[in-house]
Every structure is written in C-alpha cells, then in structure tokens.
Design a binder for this molecule. Structure first.
Ligand SMILES: NC(=O)c1ccc[n+]([C@@H]2O[C@H](COP(=O)([O-])OP(=O)(O)OC[C@H]3O[C@@H](n4cnc5c(N)ncnc54)[C@H](O)[C@@H]3O)[C@@H](O)[C@H]2O)c1
Length: 424
C-alpha cells in the first residue's frame, strides 16, 4: 500500500517506520523542514528511540520512506492517510485545534476517491465525525464512508518504546460507518506486526472516548492515592505500605501518590472530557486534587519551619517525570506558584535543563557545585541521580519533602534534616 503519515513527531515517525518496515511505501509529511530534511538525508531527527536511528537510514535508502513539507502532496495518490498532529490545551485549558485543522484542510485538498483517512491524535469525542468529516468532504467534494473512508484509532504507546507498545497493546479502531471500520481494521492488520490484536469498536466516538477514559482513569486513580496519602499522613501511617498491601487483592490497582501529575497526556485529556460536559464531577475534582498537591507540599514545609516569607526553597527536578528532558504541564509549575504565593524565593535544579532554561521557567537556577543556602527543598522529579544526592551538598537545609517517595529517609534525618514523604 501507499501510506501517508501526516505529522512526523515522536509518534508519527515511528509509525511511518513501522508501516515501511512491513513493506508499504510511506510518504511522511511535517511542517517542520528540519525534520523533513533529516529524514530525506537518511537520518532520524528524533534520537529517543534506537530503532529509529537504526531503521530510518535503511528504509530511506530502499526507497520505502521519504518525507515532504507538503501535506496535500503526501496525501495525493495515498491509499491510507494516518494523521498524528497534536491537539493541545492552552494556559486556560482551552482546546487548540489550529494545527490539526490546518493539516485536515491540506489533506482534503489532496484526498482522492477510495482513500482511507485515520486520525490517531487524541481527540474530544465527536471530533472525527463532526469536525473533520465536513472539512474533508468540503475540500475534496467527496462523501464520507462512501467515496472516502474515515476512522479514529487512538495511539496508546509511550515515547521511547513505541515499537514494543505497538505490538503489545490492542489497536482500537472505530470508523464513522461500518465500511470505514472494516477498512481501518484491514489496514492495521497489514501494517502492524503479525499477531497484534486489532479490535474494532462500534464507531469513531467509542474509539475517541476509549483514550479519554484510560487517561482520565489514571488521573482519578492518582487523585485517590493522593487523598489516601493525606489521610495516612495525618494518622502516622505509611501510605506506600497500605497501597502495596491493598494491591495484593487482585481487584485493587491503586496508583502511587506524588506531588502532582504532569506530561502531555494525563493532566490534559480529562479536559477533553469535562470541557464538553459540565455534569462530569469526578474528573475535574481529580484535576483539582492533583494540582493541589503543590499546596500540600508547601503546607508540610510551613508546618515544620514556619513562614516561608523571603525564605529560599529549592525544587529538585522540573521535568514532568523521572529522567526525561520534558517539562510539558509539569507539576513543577503549580509548585513554583504555591511556593511563591507563600512568599518563598524559588530555586530549581535539574540535570536535564540548562540554567537559562530554568530561568526562563521562572526559577532561580541552582548550581549544586556552587550552592547557596536554602531552608527547604522539594524533590519534584525522581531523577535517578537524586537518590545519590549528599544532603551536605545543600547548605542551610532544614527540611526536605520527597515528592516522589524515592529518597532514603535515614540519609537525610541522620544529618538533622526534617524529612516528609507524600503520605509517609
Ligand atoms: N507523545 C506521547 O507520548 C504520545 C503518546 C500517545 C499518543 N500521542 C498522540 O500523538 C500526538 C502527537 O504526539 P507527538 O509526541 O508525536 O508530538 P510531536 O510534537 O513530537 O510531533 C508533532 C509533529 O506534528 C507536526 N505538525 C504540527 N502541525 C502540523 C501540520 N499542520 N502539518 C504537518 N505537521 C504538523 C509538528 O511539526 C511535529 O513534528 C499527540 O497529540 C497525542 O495525541 C502522543
């Protein structure tokens, strides 16, 4: 098959490589010329997955993979178009469709009869049918589910292990009509590794909601873990011991508490659900609880050392999770704001970010090789290097909050430093 992949980011390029690797002829498109040039020169523009670095050169050399900045040209003549251009939320958590709308308009201009278009980008329920089908039909003059076919299939993989996840997670597929679903199932059976489960669901809306349901479940689950953490902390109970014991019952799957939830997905996609339905009560509350963990950490510090007015406080790790150089929707930001509201001067250290980058995020960059005194610290990202951190490297420290429950308590308490975990 001739396949077009629109959006060659951290997910789109691995998909293009997967399809080309199964013998299809793949043309990828991206509006970023640097990405397109790298691929056409036989190099992967993304280095987070070794298989990309290894496979892009051979697939380009074999003529099975090439790239263009022209979405419409990539789509022209394609039998299948896979769209993986992001939909994000802005600072006010309003959904921003601009990039994917632009891509869709281009796809409509290149669309020919018989083509199957599959959206993989996480979308609010109803977007494929109500937003994209009219745009594609208007631009092409073709009728959806008759002259061309349209489906949604959520991408559920994790960056850095895309090829592995593509094989082991069932591919959920729902079309805007039965003909579209059937064609999308046939495509994935021919494009993913043999044996990968491809599971048709009733329609595109079911497939759209599936992704929102699984990500929101995780946010809600973590919020519950955070409530348990507060409850346990108030009673001198170690919440991790409770969770470990509770999860020995096969129907209990309690996640881990922490100082907040960050990343592209979990803090974002619940908004796709409740922005469109004010009657949903648990998902917005879970968001509030998880963002409120910043206040919990600040409260724990104030309880032990008093007012933070003009006190220097250090945030260890600004990344949204351990050992990544990614700050999308990081809980370091609500933590920064809560510390500032309490009057603190907020320093930050992160081995993955430069001093300029940290300053740009609104922190005072902290150099562990030339440390200034701080009264308190909060471990926000559980980078492996912090497990080895010598408490004497941070002068003046009176207490530390282990926001990810990864530090060795005795190591800090033995130096007379107060230590609080989340729910420990
Ligand atoms: N990143 C993840 O961990 C992850 C996991 C599962 C699913 N997803 C889904 O994949 C989507 C994409 O994620 P990603 O990590 O690949 O993003 P990314 O930012 O790495 O890549 C997106 C690419 O789209 C390109 N682009 C933007 N507008 C375009 C347009 N109009 N035409 C052509 N190209 C355009 C950008 O230049 C960029 O290269 C997410 O929105 C999400 O729905 C992501």
């Amino acid at each position: 098959m001739r396949v077009a992949v629109v959006g060659l980011g951290h997910i789109g390029l691995p998909l293009a490589v997967q399809y080309a690797g199964r013998g299809h002829e793949v043309v990828g498109s991206d509006r970023n010329p640097a990405i397109v040039e790298a691929i056409n020169a036989g190099r992967s523009p993304h280095l987070d997955e070794q298989a990309l670095v290894d496979r892009v050169p051979e697939l380009v050399a074999a003529g099975r993979l090439r790239a263009t900045t022209d979405n419409a040209a990539a789509v022209r003549g394609a039998e299948v178009v896979v769209v993986i251009v992001p939909v994000v939320v802005d600072d006010a958590r309003e959904i921003d469709f601009a990039p994917i709308d632009a891509a869709t308009a281009d796809i409509g201009r290149g669309l020919g009869a018989g083509t199957l278009v599959i959206y993989e980008t996480t979308l609010p329920v109803g977007t494929t049918r109500e937003r994209f089908a009219p745009m594609l039909s208007d631009a092409s003059g073709l009728t959806a589910d008759r002259d061309y076919f349209l489906a949604f299939s959520p991408e559920r993989v994790l960056v850095g292990r895309v090829f592995l996840d593509l094989q082991r997670y069932p591919k959920i597929v729902g079309g805007i009509g039965p003909a579209s679903t059937q064609r999308a199932v046939a495509f994935y059976e021919a494009a993913l590794e043999p044996g990968t489960e491809v599971r048709a669901v009733t329609n595109a809306e079911t497939a759209e909601m599936t992704k929102l349901a699984e990500t929101t479940y995780r946010d809600v689950n973590i919020a519950l873990a955070n409530e348990y953490a507060r409850y346990a902390a108030a009673r001198g109970i170690d919440v991790l011991e409770v969770i470990g014991a509770a999860n020995s019952q096969p129907y209990s799957h309690i996640h881990l508490p922490g100082v907040g939830v960050g990343g592209h997905c979990i803090p974002v996609y619940p908004h796709f659900l409740f922005n469109t339905d004010p009657d949903l009560r648990i998902p917005p509350l879970a968001r509030e609880i998880n963002d409120g963990m910043a206040e919990f950490a600040v409260g724990a510090i104030e309880e032990r050392i008093g007012s933070l007015r003009d006190a220097s406080v250090l945030v260890l790790g600004v990344a949204y999770r351990a050992d990544v150089r990614e700050d999308a929707f990081s809980s370091a930001f609500p933590l920064r704001d809560a510390l500032r509201s309490a009057g603190a001067i907020v320093h930050a250290h992160d081995p993955y970010f430069s001093a300029e980058h940290l300053r740009g995020m609104g922190f005072e960059p902290y150099d562990l090789d030339a440390p200034v005194p701080v009264r308190a610290a909060v471990l926000q990202a559980g980078h492996a290097a912090y497990a080895e951190l010598d408490p004497s490297a941070i002068p003046g420290l009176e207490m530390i909050v282990d926001g990810r429950n990864v530090l060795d308590r005795a190591r800090w308490e033995d130096r007379g430093i107060g230590f609080v975990g989340i729910g420990r």
